[in-house]
Design a protein around this ligand. Sequence first.
Ligand SMILES: Nc1nc2c(c(=O)[nH]1)N[C@H]1C(S)=C(S)[C@@H](COP(=O)(O)OP(=O)(O)OC[C@H]3O[C@@H](n4cnc5c(=O)[nH]c(N)nc54)[C@H](O)[C@@H]3O)O[C@H]1N2
Ligand SMILES: Nc1nc2c(c(=O)[nH]1)N[C@H]1C(S)=C(S)[C@@H](COP(=O)(O)OP(=O)(O)OC[C@H]3O[C@@H](n4cnc5c(=O)[nH]c(N)nc54)[C@H](O)[C@@H]3O)O[C@H]1N2
Ligand SMILES: [Mo]
Length: 681
Amino acid sequence: MLSVCPHDCPSACSLDVTVAGERLSSVVGNAAHPFTRGVICGKVRAYAERVHSSERVLRPLARVGPKGEGRFEPIAWDEAIARIAARWRRIIAEDGAEAILPFSYAGTMGRIQYYAGHPLFHALGASRLDRTICVSTAYAGWAATLGRITGNDSEQMVGADLIVLWGINAAYSSINVLTLVKQARAAGAHVVTVDPYRTPTAAIADEHLAVRPGTDAALALAVMHVLIAECRIDRDYIARATVGFDRLAEHVRAFSPEWAAPVVGIPADTIVAFARRYGGSPRSFMRVRIGLSRHDNGGMTCRTLACLPALTGAYADPHGGALLSSSDAFGLDDRIFERRDLLEGRRPRVINMIRLGRALTDETLAPPVRALYVYNSNPAAVCPNQTLVLRGLARDDLFTVVHEQVMTDTARYADLVLPATTSMEHVDVYRSYGHHYVQYAGPVLPPQGEARANFAVFGALARKLGVADGHYDKSERTLIEEYLATADDSARAITYERLVRERSVRPDLPRPYLPFANGAPTPSGKIELYSETLLRAGLSPLPVYVPLAEGPDNRELASRYPLQCIVPPNRFFLNSSFSQSQLLRRRQGRPTVLIAPADAANRGIQDGDAVRVWNDRGSARFHARVSDLTRAGLVVIEGIWWHRFHEGGAGVNVLTDDRVADMGGGPAFHSNLVDVERIIE
Ligand SMILES: Nc1nc2c(c(=O)[nH]1)N[C@H]1C(S)=C(S)[C@@H](COP(=O)(O)OP(=O)(O)OC[C@H]3O[C@@H](n4cnc5c(=O)[nH]c(N)nc54)[C@H](O)[C@@H]3O)O[C@H]1N2
Ligand SMILES: Nc1nc2c(c(=O)[nH]1)N[C@H]1C(S)=C(S)[C@@H](COP(=O)(O)OP(=O)(O)OC[C@H]3O[C@@H](n4cnc5c(=O)[nH]c(N)nc54)[C@H](O)[C@@H]3O)O[C@H]1N2
Ligand SMILES: [Mo]
């Protein structure tokens, strides 16, 4: 039977699943799917263990012990719904609906279950959550240059002369990109990765540019300097598709490879060689991911990178260009799920999700957050400034409901835990941010225990509270039909019948897909090398490199915390999902910090030693992996372990800050200064 991987990953793989009796017995990649091509990650191959996990929440639970301890007793669904409705009614009467805060992200990418709560919370007038934790900063930067979140189709990289994997560890986080890269390489492409440490993706590339974190814009400016100085540019394309070239050309004269070398941490002649190779052919495909945007300067960095293919005309080449995300490649309107109309003109306050800890602990906030409803997310583990998040979640006067598949760190702080179905047990429609296929998946298993889908639970709450119930009376079929009815010309071919029959349908997009061949949907209609919009927002209208607020240029802080620390994904977890799996925890090993031999030697640390990593925000325990995969001055902590499985009980995000990056309200997860010491026991 076919299904779809629901997780927050650009691959949105088509799955071939086998069910034996009432149990999922195997999950493999759908060999017939043109993008998945039978290849899926190790996490999802182990999906049976997730669906039938001993950590599954199977009944509604009410807390009996202190918050965080995880002692609960079962209650009936009706009782749970009645308790929530009664408590919310009281809070609304006393403090208004803004005292209720929903908290969710992309635990599932399925459109129905992702947006299930929005209509209810809008109708109540609850606080709105600004869902910034992942892509907002990158997308804001990309849009500043290109106006729209799309790019050349990743399948087009096969045939490229050069592939630049910029801030993407595809071997861990989007395995299908690697399939394409390997194919392109076999056909002659030279592959360069740009990443602060030697990831498994860098290890298979022809070349690895080990940039210092947060300095990609400096590298890109120096590349532009060389391209323009040596006339390796496409003047026709620039004239037809861009604005601001003359100002950019004047501006980048100052940013020579010699200027960039000490900033970026790679030699000037390497930068020159890279620029020449990049400018040697418009057949250069840049696959950019979010890693490089998770810094104070992340929006400007993405905006700067998006300018590069415009100089060489690569955007118009059938095998060139750039892709950050394909999420707006065609029009299907999420607003039919989100139902902003139910706000009826009200404008409840907006709370940035990366500042959850502050929202829960700020005593001046009026009204205070008195009720939190968490679904599709595990904020106790994934939010920055974890110490503050946990302090907030531990508040005795906070009424917390967590709707979950598994007993996460966050669920342990709940007053009520509600059991959620997995994608194997409910219906949804999926689109991807890495490819162009729209997919449908229905249940292959009955709901486990008393689990219910998000849409059903919000429907029960809406009926009990007497708001927005009309929306929740719709069937999944009606919702999907309404969604497909919003299609633009290219997506019109996707009908409900076709989607259910074929499971995966590609909209009628041209091949090759070249959205920026002649310009871009910005205010000027062109690719904006110079941006009036950024100028009006108080930012530089031209691409610039801004040193990190928390980086080596912050001399005072760097004297106390001499190591930069980035915190990218690991191979076997997806954010904090799959940390519940004994099998995948075993494969992953243990919470680890990668440290260069020189930094380890200075601190008397040997491979495998227990170490403490700390800064002013907090301290957590890891085991050291001493290796030249990283460079002196940079430590790397991959992945997010549940606290329960983390020695010392604190996770990686005690080290990260809730500072907001330059654009889009997103976090600076990778801009951290820390120190490391051996734990002597
Ligand atoms: N296995 C696994 N897969 C995942 C996830 C996971 O947690 N685990 N998470 C999923 C989610 S939610 C997302 S958003 C996506 C993608 O999430 P991303 O965070 O974009 O992850 P990666 O594609 O691994 O790319 C991150 C890479 O960027 C690098 N990086 C960090 N700072 C810089 C910098 O300043 N410059 C440059 N050039 N590189 C930098 C990191 O070292 C890392 O190798 O992955 C999804 N897939
Ligand atoms: N240190 C560090 N922190 C990070 C990152 C990083 O790279 N490093 N990456 C950040 C990024 S990119 C992101 S996107 C965030 C992600 O943060 P989250 O969105 O919180 O992601 P997950 O940890 O995968 O947690 C999702 C939860 O949703 C639950 N879930 C799945 N499907 C359903 C459903 O249908 N219904 C309900 N009710 N629940 C469901 C899962 O069981 C899981 O516990 O984390 C961020 N945090
Ligand atoms: Mo993400």
